[in-house]
Design a protein around this ligand. Structure first.
Ligand SMILES: Cc1cc2nc3c(=O)[nH]c(=O)nc-3n(C[C@H](O)[C@H](O)[C@H](O)COP(=O)(O)OP(=O)(O)OC[C@H]3O[C@@H](n4cnc5c(N)ncnc54)[C@H](O)[C@@H]3O)c2cc1C
Ligand code: SF4
Ligand code: SF4
Length: 294
C-alpha cells in the first residue's frame, strides 16, 4: 500500500534554525519516497503548527505524519493528539529529534544539517512501515515492590504507602536501615544519622500499607507493567515473627553474636573465627579493636 507522508520541519525559533539549514532539510524531505508534502514552520508545537498538520491531513489525505523537531519526550503526545483530531491513528506518527540530537550538540552548521537530513530520512522510512494500533484498557495492580530497605528504599516505601498504595519492602538483611544505620553522623550537615533514620524505620514497621519482608530476596519476576508476579524467598531465621516479642533473651546465647559486626568488617580488619579476644571486643569495643589489629 502506498503511503502519503506529511513532513514538518521545525525551526524552534533559532534553537534548530540557528544551526540546521531548515529550508535545505525541507527540500531534501520532499524528494524522499512516500512523502506527499514537506513544510517548515517556526514553532510546530504551537496551535497554528498543529492546525497546519490537521488541515493537511484533511485536505491532502495524509496517512502518516513525521515531525522533525525536539525530543519525543517533550512533544510526541502533542503531535499524536493533532493526528488523532484529524482521524489518523496516533501510532502513525513519527518524530525525528533534530534539536537535542543535532542542533544543540554541534557548533558546525554543515554537520548539523547533514545529520538532520539523515535523522529525517530514517524517520520517514520508519513512518512508511508503521501500523495503526488500537487502544486497549487493562486492569492494573497498583501494589509496589521496593527492593532494599536502606534510607532510599525506606523513604520510597513511606512516600508510596502514604499515597495509599500497598508496598512490599524486601530487605535481604535481618534488619532494615542499610548503610545509614552504621553511621554516627551524616556528611555534610553532621546530623545524627540515627535521629533521622530510626523514626522512619519505626514508621515502616507500623505502616498499615507496608508489608515488610526482612531476611528476604527477590527470586523471580514475571509479567509486565501493571501486572507483575514476584517470587520472594524468605531465608530461614528460626524465629516465629508473629509470636516474637523482641524481648532479646535469645540474643544472650546467640552464637551469631560472636561474629564481628558488619560495621567492623567494613573498616577492613576482619577477624576469622571466634577468638576469645574477638568476643571480648564485641562486648567492650577497645579490646575488640586490639584483637583485630594484632
Ligand atoms: C562509609 C560510608 C560513609 C558515608 N557517609 C555518608 C555521609 O556522611 N553523608 C551522606 O549523605 N552519605 C554518606 N554515604 C552514602 C550513604 O551511605 C548512602 O548514600 C546511603 O546510605 C545509601 O542509601 P541507600 O538506601 O541508597 O543504600 P544502602 O544504605 O546501601 O541500602 C541498600 C539496602 O538494600 C539492601 N539490599 C541490597 N541488595 C539487595 C537485594 N538483592 N535484595 C534485598 N535487599 C537488598 C541492603 O541490605 C541495604 O539494606 C556514605 C557511604 C559509605 C559507604
Ligand atoms: S516542537 Fe519542539 S522544537 Fe519545535 S518549537 Fe516546539 S519545542 Fe521547539
Ligand atoms: S527470645 Fe524473645 S526476641 Fe528471641 S525469638 Fe523469642 S520472643 Fe523473640
Amino acid at each position: 500500500m502506498s503511503t502519503k507522508i506529511g513532513v514538518y520541519v521545525c525551526h524552534c525559533g533559532t534553537n534548530i534554525s540557528g544551526k540546521v539549514n531548515v529550508t535545505e532539510v525541507t527540500e531534501f524531505a520532499k524528494k524522499l519516497p512516500g512523502v506527499a508534502i514537506a513544510r517548515e514552520y517556526k514553532f510546530m508545537c504551537s496551535d497554528p503548527g498543529q492546525i497546519l498538520i490537521e488541515d493537511d491531513i484533511k485536505n491532502l489525505g495524509l496517512d502518516r505524519i513525521v515531525v522533525a523537531s525536539c525530543s519525543p519526550l517533550m512533544h510526541e503526545p502533542t503531535f499524536r493528539g493533532a493526528c488523532e483530531r484529524a482521524n489518523v491513528n496516533r501510532y502513525l506518527f513519527q518524530m525525528a529529534n533534530i534539536r537535542e540530537h543535532c542542533s544543540w550538540v554541534t557548533v558546525d552548521p554543515n554537520a548539523a544539517t547533514e545529520k538532520a537530513k539523515a535523522l529525517l530520512a530514517g524517520a520517514v522510512a520508519k513512518a512508511g512501515t508503521l501500523q495503526s494500533l488500537p487502544h486497549k484498557t487493562v486492569p492494573v495492580n497498583p501494589a509496589t515492590l521496593v527492593v532494599g530497605a536502606g534510607i532510599a528504599g525506606i523513604q520510597a516505601a513511606l512516600d508510596i504507602a502514604d499515597s495509599g498504595r500497598t508496598v512490599y519492602l524486601v530487605e535481604k538483611q535481618p534488619s532494615i536501615g542499610g548503610h545509614m544505620a552504621l553511621f554516627d553522623k551524616t556528611f555534610p550537615t553532621l546530623d545524627c544519622a540515627a535521629c533521622i533514620l530510626t523514626p522512619k524505620m519505626v514508621q515502616v514497621g507500623k505502616h498499615s500499607n507496608i508489608k515488610l519482608m526482612t531476611s528476604s530476596e527477590v527470586e523471580k519476576v514475571e509479567g509486565f507493567v501493571g501486572n507483575f508476579r514476584v517470587k520472594v524467598r524468605h531465608n530461614a531465621t528460626y524465629v516465629d515473627h508473629i509470636k516474637c516479642t523482641g524481648c532479646g533473651l535469645c540474643w544472650e546465647s546467640c552464637p551469631a553474636r560472636m561474629i564481628p559486626a558488619a560495621r567492623v568488617i567494613r573498616k577492613g580488619k576482619l577477624v576469622i573465627g571466634r577468638s576469645k579476644e574477638a568476643m571480648e571486643g564485641l562486648e567492650g569495643g577497645n579490646g575488640f579493636h586490639k584483637s583485630l589489629t594484632q
